[in-house]
Write a protein that binds this ligand. Structure first.
Ligand code: ADP
Ligand code: MG
Length: 729
């Protein structure tokens, strides 16, 4: 019996790094080479068009359709100079990836020939025949179609021969069918709300921007090994596989020397990402073997989300060239760390960062505390919803395990900020004002030391940690579209700030001094948000108990966590902030439940196939070899001698028989559980059934398979083992 495994392992072992040419220019020179950025707009557009367009981008002015033709013409000229022949509306449907449908620039010229055409109409709006994207029943396939509409705030870019135009994707009736439309609405909401609050302190502030700096973790695996693992190919993770004797226990991979083949891959990836305007900055090995991270410099949130989507597809594409596969799944391997995508989030004005605590004046410091506390308010009110925003069938493997943030949302602030909040809450109000004069009162809030920024006082176990000038939302999954988490966070903070302002304004209207009014409301809110603030160990069992007492959402079942989207407080928040309506939320949940079910369904099928086609045949084959040996021993030796000498083999024969029997029964039960669940019509009930009855069976089966892997002859085992998958040379 030929064993493909040895061939692919040898092939992987002999691969050499792919030669990557170093560009002659410096990164600052080729950065955004393929992006229609400001400099190119200026060069390719008439001045008045340039001005109108930048007004749309910077100030949210309405897009004047009359400039669309001129913009399209400029874009086309630039694109053609770069050898582009096609264009596409690039959008983010409710799947994990992005979608695009390419059209050539060509049109009939009316004289029997062709001309290259790209009009404003084609730039601004398209009607992709996108009936098979998930829409949760909003859009019946025979009824209204979906539209993609240009998002001028994210610049167009070129990939190969195609001009890619970032777009939102909405239904005929205006409901969003993607991540970008609600994201833009949430960004608008938080900008308006934060600007309002900001003006208490800086009356001249024109605009507040939300920023996002993501850190993308990923695994690489050699592609020949990948293709020998049907589970990796079809589900993105290994459904079986015993621990490698050595994995991450020595901590020798973290920040270690990057293997040569990987180094070449990273170099290639970074060059191409920089050319697409993604400001890559950091790369390093992660904790687990074969796990790496890439982080750019933070950007405005909408652009950062687009860049992350773009990067993920670039990663996959470039990996092929280097003989790798990228695994973006949150938990490709059991027993070692999974991958996340920390979302560093902050708010800034045209003049500075709002979560920055080094203000020189007491007012600055008060502003800092207000934004910290109102962020906490959003997180506290909607902690269950925030958890729902990062939850998926794949990320569920990571949350709650002792490596990633726990499945309870809380916020770490660190000693300095905690002390500051306590001081403000507990102090006599008079003590917070040093001078009382006619002009109002002078605040006396302790200054926050510089040291705070990038301090080492970091709590890795917190899902939402304050890290000096930003919050780091750590529970986001590596495979996720960051928009999902950002929509909820922005909207929740927008709601909190709006509500804060309403209460402060009411006090001011009643005759209270502005600073005093702010302090009153703030002190209330510090008290209210106490339950979400937790600086201790988020992995501990005591915390689970404590969190329950504090009323935080402790649910761990993925399909039930999705219910948070439909809670009255969530619907009210989304509707009040004008981000999504009930109809959209309901539709999205249908998609979430359906996606969950399908993922587990596919895994269960693959598990069944692998068990029946690989594991059991291999195990029984080995068992026959052993049985043959036992028989031979009886031919050679006396029965009593043979009995002694074959004891070990008999034990293994028995163990294989017992384990395969358990596995076979397990697979039967798995199939039955699926059959029962498949009869359920309601998407939620079905997902719950898959979670409660199908998924756990797979764990039981896996346990037995991994035990078999340990006793069956290595020579016969067909699936590449963890120790082979996990160590790129
Ligand atoms: P670490 O792994 O220590 O958390 P990294 O340097 O890997 O830190 O990543 C930090 C990320 O946070 C980067 O993307 C960085 O640009 C981003 N970041 C830094 N300051 C801010 C800020 N004020 N707002 C949002 N993101 C920020
Ligand atoms: Mg980080």
């Amino acid at each position: 019996m030929a064993n493909l495994r040895f061939e692919v392992v040898a092939e992987a072992f002999h691969k050499r790094p792919v030669e990557v040419e170093t560009p002659r220019e410096r990164p600052s020179e080729y950065f955004a080479k393929y992006v229609f950025n400001r400099a190119k707009m200026y060069k390719y557009l008439p001045v008045e068009v340039y001005e109108k367009l930048t007004d749309v981008i910077d100030n949210g002015a309405r897009l004047d359709r009359s400039i669309a033709d001129a913009v399209a013409a400029g874009m086309k000229q630039w694109a053609q100079e770069n050898g582009v022949t096609h264009y596409t509306h690039w959008f983010q449907p409710l799947t994990e990836g992005t979608a695009e449908k390419h059209d050539a620039f060509v049109e009939h010229d009316g004289k029997g020939g062709m001309i290259e055409e790209f009009s404003g109409k084609l730039l601004v709006q398209q009607e992709p025949d996108a009936s098979s994207f998930p829409n949760g029943g909003i859009r019946n396939t025979f009824e209204a179609r979906g539209y993609s509409a240009w998002d001028p705030t994210s610049p167009v870019f070129i990939i190969d021969d195609t001009l890619c135009i970032p777009t939102i994707f909405i239904s005929y009736t205006g409901e969003s069918l993607d991540y970008k439309a609600p994201l833009l609405r949430s960004l608008h909401a938080v900008s308006v709300a934060a600007t309002g609050v900001c003006r208490y302190f800086y009356p001249d502030v024109r605009k507040v921007t939300a920023n996002l700096g993501w850190e993308q973790e990923y695994f690489l695996v050699d592609d020949s090994l990948f293709f020998a693992r049907p589970d990796l190919m079809l589900t993105g993770r290994t459904l079986m596989g015993h621990d490698s004797a050595k994995n991450q226990q020595m901590d020798d991979h973290y920040f270690g020397t990057i293997p040569e083949r990987v180094q070449a891959y990273m170099k290639d990836l970074e060059i191409q990402a920089l050319e697409l305007g993604i400001p890559c900055k950091t790369r390093h090995n992660e904790v687990a073997p074969n796990q790496f991270e890439l982080a750019p410099i933070f950007e405005e949130c909408n652009l950062a989300v687009d860049h992350n989507m773009l990067l993920m597809s670039l990663m996959k594409k470039i990996a092929h060239k280097h003989g790798f596969r990228v695994l973006l799944h949150e938990k490709p391997f059991d027993g070692i760390n999974g991958s996340g995508k920390h979302n560093n989030w902050s708010l800034s004005t045209d003049t500075g960062v709002l979560l920055h605590g080094t203000g020189k004046t007491p007012e600055d410091n008060l502003r800092f505390v207000v934004f910290i506390v109102e962020t906490l308010m959003g997180v506290w009110r909607h902690n269950g919803l925030l958890k729902a925003s990062i939850m998926s069938a794949t990320n569920a493997h990571r949350l709650g395990a002792n490596e990633a943030p726990p499945a309870i949302i809380s916020s770490f602030l660190g000693k300095q900020v905690s002390d500051l909040l306590e001081h403000i809450e507990k102090a006599d109000k008079e003590d917070l004002f040093s001078v009382k004069g006619k002009k109002g009162m002078k605040l006396d809030i302790p200054e926050i030391p510089e040291l705070l920024i990038d301090n080492t006082d970091r709590n890795r176990t917190s899902p939402f940690a304050f890290t000096g000038n930003r919050f780091e939302f750590r529970a986001v999954g590596s495979e996720a579209n960051c928009a999902s988490a950002m929509i909820v966070l922005n909207t929740a903070v927008a709601e909190a700030l709006t509500d804060f302002k309403k209460r402060v304004d009411a006090l001011i209207k009643g005759g209270e001094d502005k600073l005093s009014a702010i302090l009153d409301v703030l002190r209330d809110d510090i008290r209210t948000t106490r339950p979400i603030h937790f600086d201790g160990n988020g992995y501990s069992d005591e915390w689970k108990e404590e969190a329950r007492k504090r009323g935080l959402d402790c649910e761990t079942s993925c399909p039930i966590i999705f219910d948070n989207y439909l809670k009255p407080a969530s619907i009210k928040m989304f509707e009040d902030m004008n981000v999504m309506n009930r109809n959209e939320l309901e539709a999205r949940n249908e998609v979430k439940w359906d996606t969950y079910t399908k993922k587990i369904q596919i895994e269960a099928r693959v598990m069944g196939d692998l068990t029946m086609n690989h594991v059991i045949p291999v195990a029984t084959h080995y068992q026959s070899q052993l049985a043959k040996n036992v028989q031979n021993m009886y031919d050679i030796f006396t029965p009593s001698e043979a009995s002694n000498l074959t004891a070990r083999n008999k034990k293994i024969i028995r163990e294989i028989a017992e384990r395969t029997q358990i596995i076979e029964t397990g697979v039967e039960e798995l199939v039955n559980a699926r059959r029962v669940a498949n009869k359920i019509d309601d998407a939620r009930t079905k997902a719950v059934a898959y979670h409660d009855t199908v998924a756990p069976k797979m764990d039981d089966i896996r346990y037995q398979i991994d035990k078999l892997e340990l006793i069956v002859s290595d020579e016969l085992w067909t699936l590449p083992k963890y120790r082979e998958l996990l160590f790129i040379r």
